[in-house]
Write a protein that binds this ligand. Structure first.
Ligand code: ATP
Ligand code: MG
Length: 454
């Protein structure tokens, strides 16, 4: 066994009595207060009386007695509240988790005391898991021993219990010797972007990085093309709004395809009717033109004297060209075979070749239909996002085969979902899309477009 396989400092070992840690914490403060007050009283007594007589002591202490009790009680309650609300000892929750999940073997014996008529329970643990907890910066680490007990299978899948319990996400899971090491990150550290009209709306040249959360950055040249899936109301269109805004800031040429004639069609008034398509004819025309644009860009680049291997559209002062296609699958279900074939050819062509020419596809779908987005095409999409709860089939169609245990997403968690970015986050990670409750998309885009014209 190499040295690396020995976990050295694993943190605090969880003990059965940790479930009372709040009481112990509060009790310590109460006792400190009690001892201190009694000490003060004794000093006061000594300065007043030279002798030590039981009656005198009693009369001296009597008026203080009630205050002592109340003081202890108040301190106890306050300390307990602080422990409960502020510190939130994870050690306590882990001990309780072991208890309620039944990951232990114990015998409880009841004994009647000799002098008083009360029962005293005594609990003896024959088996208690070897679980260590360590707090870190913006994370916490658990080590659990693979002890061969009948609970071991659960220990190997501990994230399914811990993730919802602490509202956190598994970052890393590693077998180290006989231990399994889990690293979790509380979701509160995954800060979402909040759009409130105060965002920078300046124009940025040749910036291909878009912040999706404050930590997650999508570089649309490194991981070109995108697919957003999610149930109706999951937030796909809102996510598009955010991306569209960021693209306009980057001087991108954008074509909006909205077969549902709903959320993007109104943009005709903002960016011009020729850039927004909502009928079958217009949509196919836009796709055809995007293909022609891509081919002509390739010609331009290849014929240029200045062309070098590895060059892309940025070296030729070309703008990124985005086809934003909301609800692709809603569209394809209305097409006959010939049109479907035509559309598929355009899509696949752009997805396979578009990056270098700077022509990108940005698709959304309630359910990625395998007829439209085949596995091998999907694997070419650099950014993949699911919003809201998907069926396991939906997750598979979005992300391909993965071992990820997808957590259920609560309805109130607007814009929450999973994301992968090729080469960066290859396994889906939980994320929150930019929040746009206090945000006027149209006004903001108008301002950005005005700046662009300057
Ligand atoms: N990021 C967000 N910030 C604020 N509100 C949001 C966000 N995402 C979604 N919503 C809320 O949820 C509603 C539905 O979102 P959206 O229209 O984007 O869903 P969708 O996935 O496009 O649904 P459909 O498939 O029906 O088109 C919005 O009207 C909005 O109120
Ligand atoms: Mg929508």
């Amino acid at each position: 066994m190499s040295l690396k396989e020995i976990p050295i400092f694993k943190g605090t070992r969880i003990q059965p009595y940790f479930k009372h840690i709040d009481f112990m914490f509060a009790g310590v403060f109460s006792i400190i207060f009690l001892v201190y007050r009694v000490y003060q009283l004794i000093q006061g007594y000594q300065s007043k009386y030279q002798t030590f007589e039981v009656a005198e002591v009693y009369y001296y202490f009597k008026p203080h007695f009630l205050y002592l009790v109340i003081g202890c009680l108040v301190i106890f309650i306050v300390a307990k509240l602080i422990a409960q609300l502020l510190f939130r000892f994870k050690e306590k929750d882990l001990a309780e988790m072991i208890e309620t999940q039944g990951f232990h073997n114990r015998t409880v014996t009841q004994k009647r005391t000799e002098f008083l008529d009360i029962d005293i329970k005594k609990t003896e643990y024959d088996y208690y898991p070897t679980l260590f907890y360590k707090r870190g910066r913006k994370k916490f680490i658990l080590h659990i021993k693979k002890d061969g007990s009948r609970f071991q299978d659960h220990y190997l899948e501990l994230e399914s219990i811990i993730e919802p319990m602490f509202n956190c996400e598994l970052v890393e899971k590693k077998h180290i010797g006989r231990y399994l090491r889990y690293e979790f990150m509380p979701l509160k550290y995954k800060k979402r972007i909040v759009m409130n009209g105060q965002q920078k709306n300046n124009i940025v040249d040749y910036d291909t990085k878009i912040y999706i959360t404050r930590q997650i950055v999508w570089d649309f040249v490194k991981a070109p093309h995108a697919l957003i899936t999610g149930i109706t109301g999951g937030g796909k269109t809102y996510f598009l709004f955010y991306i569209i805004r960021e693209l306009f800031r980057r001087k991108a040429e954008i074509r909006l395809l909205d077969p549902k004639v709903s959320d993007l069609s109104f943009m005709k008034r903002v960016i011009g009717a020729d850039k927004v398509a909502d009928t079958k004819g217009q949509i196919l025309k836009q796709l055809r033109e995007a293909n022609e644009e891509m081919e002509s860009r390739f010609r331009l680049m290849n014929e240029s004297e200045a062309y070098k291997i590895g060059n892309d559209f940025r070296n030729f002062d070309l703008k990124p060209f985005f086809i934003v296609f909301d609800e692709v699958t809603a569209f394809t279900s209305t097409l006959d075979k010939k049109d479907l074939q035509e559309m598929n050819d355009y899509l696949i062509n752009i997805i396979m070749k578009g990056r270098q020419a700077g022509v990108f596809m940005f698709l959304t779908a309630q359910r990625p239909d395998a007829d439209v987005i085949k596995g091998n095409v999907r694997d070419q999409l650099g950014l993949r996002v699911s919003l809201g709860n998907l069926s396991s089939d939906g997750y598979r169609m979005t992300f391909g085969q993965t071992d990820k245990d997808f957590q259920p997403i609560h309805e109130s968690d607007i814009g929450r979902g999973y994301i992968t970015i090729l080469g960066q986050y290859n396994d889906p990670v939980l994320f929150d899309a930019p929040l746009m409750e206090q945000y006027d998309f149209v006004e903001d885009v108008k301002q950005i477009l005005n700046k662009k014209d300057d």
